[in-house]
Structures are given as structure tokens and as C-alpha cells.
Design a protein around this ligand. Structure first.
Ligand code: DSN
Length: 438
């Protein structure tokens, strides 16, 4: 036994049990998924697709991938005559890249959401003229922004921009937009200017499958998602496309950008997809949204600037500037209190990506533990106390740029009695709501 690694895995298991997992892109998966992902399927090479492999010995493997594909269609209520599905992307970014590679030529135009407003790196992010992503080097990308007042998508402005920019691909979705997206409206805009419409629902996938938020499938040409967020599967991704685009997307994955599929992961995805059919999963998805709304309400009542005034899904975004703080201070102080969130850019961001102005929180993993509105009130109350405490113990903003800053600040919060008091309460709550199957 490699005790170096397995000791670390044990420590990480304990950390996951004793702290509140509130990063909206994380979740606890199922024991069966962990077993599938750790199975002998990882020994097999299977370039190609079921019944069209470049390697021998794939009769069983083909059944695994077919099961995953069929379950993916079922999980989202899709007809195999109208939709194709590819379960091989190794990640969400590769899924998106495969779509661009299939549908676009070098230099073609993409229109996607501005990253600090809640978009995603893989949608072609560039900083001014600085092309920081491969996608921005290959394609010409323009970003739509949120209305700066409401911090909501401004469909009229998007329409105007699309008419001027004339993208070949319009993308919705990202990582930090807490509200429902009007997929019908975006599809209309995209199709009016002759663009494909791709909905990236990495965050919402599980909620969509359960009917807890709107589905893009009626309107989009392509839908991409990761499998490990609200969907509760292993790390991976899926591409759904209108039937006529399926062949191009399959070829774009292999030989386009990937080699052998990770069948162990695909088996884990299949297990997670089957679970979406259960009443338990549907209840989890609905309660996740109820919990996020409850959490947002507590934070709003406590005087925090909850972006857009609330949420329609699993995530809550807080702009800390009106509280005279920053995501950097608060995320570390919350960690000292056993509450794991991530610091995040917010709409109208004025700070740098490494020291952004907000924090982003999700309720999906808390809900998996069985927590409900009562617990959200408790947790929201702790978050408010931590923000208040940071206001007292934080170092001046100008120190943010110093290398020694983190250790200085951590030392300060390490011995802080109020934070360690909350940490004890968090551990007590965690022991009352154990993580299932861990
Ligand atoms: N890193 C994911 C998130 O946190 O939303 C997106 O890739």
C-alpha cells in the first residue's frame, strides 16, 4: 500500500466529511460511481465508437458506452432520432472545443458571455487584445455583458450585438450566472443571424434533468455539460447535438482532439445518469434550488449584496465591495471556519481575477447531505458573522499585492476565536448530516 498517497486520501475524505462543500461546481458522487471509475475498465483502449473501434477486445466496452449514451438521452427526455450524444469528452473544456472544431472554421466568430459577468474560460476568453485561450487564438470572439444595473442578461442588447457582430456560434451559460436563461430568446437571436446556438449547462445539468430549472433542449442546436456538478457523476462531460451535427461532433472528438476514451469514467457517468431517474434525485434537485433561495434570503436580510437579488438555481453570488471586503479575505476566513466557497469575479468587476470582489456558493452538496432550509439559515448566519469578522481582522487592501500577504492574513485568522468557534459548530452540523456512502 502506498501509504503516502492513501494517507492523503484518508485526510481528504475526513476534510470532505467535516467541512461544508459549497463550491457550486463540486459535489459528492455515489459509491457505485467511485467503484466504476476505479474499475478494470481503465485498462482498456477503445479508440472509436461502439461497433467501430480501432482496437480488439471491445465487445463489453461497447455495451458500457451504449448504456451511457442511451441513459444520457433518457436522462434529458431526448429522442434518439432527433439527438446525437457523445459521452467521450474528458472535460467540459474539451467538449466545448470539440463543438467549435466541428462547427467552425479557423477565424469564424463566436459570441459568448463576458467571463467576469459569469461566462467561462473555454468560451474563448481573451483580455482585451491579449488572447489568453487557445479558442481566442483560433476564432474571433466577442462577449456580451450583463445589464450593469440589474446584473441580468440583457436580451435586447445581445440581439443588437449579434446583428452587428454576426457570429457563427452563439453560446449561453457559464459558471456564475444565478438566474434562469431564456434559451428560446437566445436561440431566436442566434438563428436570426445565421448562427448555431450552443447551451453550456455544465452547472445546471442535474437540475435540468430533474426539471428544477428550464431546459435548453427544445431550442439549442448543441448542449454541452459536465457530469460532476449538480449531476453528481464523476469528472467528465457530454455533448448532445441535433442529429445532423452528430457525425461532425463524433469526428471532432476522435480523431479531432482526443485519443482513447476513458471507459471507466464513462461507466461512472452511466451509473450517475441512471440515478437521475429516481424520485430521490428529483427531490434532491428541487431541494437544492429551495436551499439556494433560502441561503440567498438570509444573506440578503443580513445586508450582503447578493448579485441579481437572489437565485433560480443552486448558486448564490455575493459582491463584497459594498461590505468593504473582497473575495480573497472572505474565502480564506470562511475556510478557517470550515465553510468552503470560492472567491469569484462579479458583474462590473474592478479587481483582478486572482483577488476578485466576490464569493460564489452552491447548495447542491449540502443538499446531498440532507440539509434543508433550517440548516441554510444556520449556515447563512455563520457566513454573515465571518464577513463581519473579516471587516475587523482584515489587513489593508494594499497588502493584497505582497507575497507575504497570505501567510500574514492566515496567521491572523488561524487563532481567531470567533472563526474557530464557528468551525466547531460546522463540524457538529456535519456530524448530524453525514455524507451518504462516504
Ligand atoms: N471550474 C468550474 C467552476 O468552478 O465553475 C468551471 O469549469
Amino acid at each position: 500500500m502506498d501509504s503516502s498517497i492513501f494517507d492523503l486520501i484518508s485526510q481528504e475524505t475526513e476534510r470532505q466529511k467535516k467541512t461544508l462543500m459549497m463550491i457550486p461546481s463540486e459535489n459528492y458522487t455515489y459509491d457505485e460511481v467511485r467503484r466504476a471509475v476505479g474499475s478494470v475498465l481503465m485498462h482498456k483502449y477503445a479508440e472509436g465508437y461502439p461497433n467501430r473501434r480501432y482496437y480488439q477486445g471491445n465487445k463489453i466496452i461497447d455495451q458500457v458506452e451504449d448504456l451511457a449514451r442511451n441513459r444520457a438521452l433518457e436522462a434529458f427526455g431526448l429522442d434518439s432520432k432527433a439527438w446525437s450524444v457523445n459521452v467521450q469528452p474528458h472535460s467540459g473544456s474539451e467538449a466545448n472545443l470539440a463543438v467549435y472544431n466541428a462547427l467552425l472554421d479557423v477565424g469564424d466568430r463566436i459570441m459568448s458571455m463576458f467571463l467576469p459577468d459569469g461566462g467561462h474560460l473555454s468560451h474563448g476568453w481573451q483580455v482585451g487584445d491579449k488572447k489568453v485561450t487557445l479558442v481566442s487564438k483560433i476564432y474571433s470572439v466577442a462577449f456580451y455583458k450583463l445589464n450593469p444595473e440589474t446584473r441580468l442578461l440583457d436580451y435586447e442588447a445581445i440581439e443588437k450585438q449579434a446583428e452587428e457582430f454576426k457570429p457563427k456560434l452563439m453560446i449561453s451559460g457559464g459558471t456564475a450566472y444565478p438566474r434562469e436563461i431564456d434559451y428560446q430568446r437566445l436561440a431566436l437571436i442566434a438563428h436570426k443571424v445565421g448562427a448555431y446556438f450552443m447551451a453550456d449547462v455544465a452547472h445546471e445539468a442535474g437540475l435540468i434533468s430533474a426539471g428544477a430549472v428550464k431546459s435548453p433542449f427544445e431550442f439549442a442546436d448543441v448542449v454541452t455539460m459536465t457530469t460532476h456538478k449538480t449531476l453528481r457523476g464523476p469528472r467528465g462531460a457530454i455533448i448532445f447535438s441535433k442529429k445532423e451535427l452528430g457525425e461532425a461532433i463524433d469526428s471532432s472528438i476522435i480523431p479531432g482532439i482526443q485519443g482513447g476514451p476513458h471507459l471507466h469514467t464513462i461507466a461512472g457517468i452511466a451509473v450517475a445518469l441512471e440515478k437521475t431517474k429516481t424520485d430521490e434525485f428529483k427531490k434532491y434537485a428541487m431541494q437544492t434550488v429551495v436551499n439556494a433561495r433560502a441561503l440567498a434570503g438570509v444573506l440578503l436580510d443580513g445586508g450582503l449584496d447578493v448579485v441579481s437579488g437572489g437565485t433560480d438555481k443552486h448558486l448564490v453570488l455575493v459582491d463584497l465591495r459594498p461590505s468593504a471586503s473582497s473575495g480573497w479575505f472572505v474565502a480564506w476566513a470562511l475556510e478557517a471556519a470550515g465553510i468552503i466557497v470560492n472567491r469569484n469575479a462579479v458583474p462590473n468587476e474592478t479587481a483582478s481575477p486572482f483577488y476578485p470582489s466576490g464569493i460564489r456558493m452552491g447548495t447542491q452538496a449540502l443538499t446531498v447531505r440532507g440539509m434543508k432550509e433550517t440548516e441554510m439559515k444556520l449556515i447563512g448566519g455563520w457566513i454573515l458573522k465571518v464577513v463581519e469578522r473579516v471587516g475587523i481582522v482584515a489587513l489593508p487592501e494594499d497588502k493584497l499585492q505582497r507575497n507575504s500577504y497570505l501567510s500574514e492574513f492566515l496567521k491572523k485568522i488561524e487563532g481567531d476565536k470567533q472563526l474557530s468557534g464557528i468551525k466547531k459548530e460546522v463540524e457538529e452540523l456535519c456530524s448530524r448530516f453525514p455524507v451518504p456512502e462516504l
